[in-house]
Design a protein around this ligand. Structure first.
Ligand code: FES
Length: 146
């Protein structure tokens, strides 16, 4: 199975029905993408596939053959993405577990809607955060959009 992950060509040995999440974490050792629910509900496992936010726990690796996958490790080479800077400025994370998925969902939103309204953010960011960081997530997205 061939695909591109964070700009690098990769060949996966995983079975074709292996969730992308586990191929990324176990085979490619990209542990920034997190396992939360395993059922497509929480968004902790969000990555980009051809620029779209995808919940990797539900995506079999055969579904990404030949496609471009970006994980939190590939969002920016120097952690200098506007969202990452805004996340730090607003001190968004609390425990931090869900935040890589939040950032990937936010990055996909800004790539499609560069100046999102609160309603746009609420509609696009359906990721769950047990620490309740939602107000800071929203504020940081607005800062990054400036
Ligand atoms: Fe994929 Fe929760 S682990 S949506």
């Amino acid at each position: 199975m061939s695909l591109h992950v964070n700009g690098q060509p990769q060949r996966l040995a995983a079975e074709s029905d292996t969730p992308l999440l586990w191929a990324l974490r176990e085979e490619l050792k990209l542990s920034g993408t997190k396992f939360g629910c395993g059922a497509g509900l929480c968004g902790a496992c969000t990555v980009h596939v051809d620029g779209q936010a995808v919940r990797s726990c539900l995506m079999p690796v055969q579904g990404v053959a030949g496609r471009r996958v970006v994980t939190i490790e590939g969002l920016s080479p120097d952690r200098g993405h506007a969202l990452q800077r805004a996340w730090i400025a607003h001190q968004v994370p609390q425990c931090g577990y869900c935040q890589s998925g939040m950032l990937m969902a936010a990055a996909a939103l800004l790539s499609q809607t560069p100046q999102p309204s609160d309603a746009d953010i609420d509609a696009a960011i359906t990721n769950l955060c047990r620490c309740g960081t939602y107000p800071r997530v929203r504020a940081a997205i607005h800062t990054a959009a400036q």
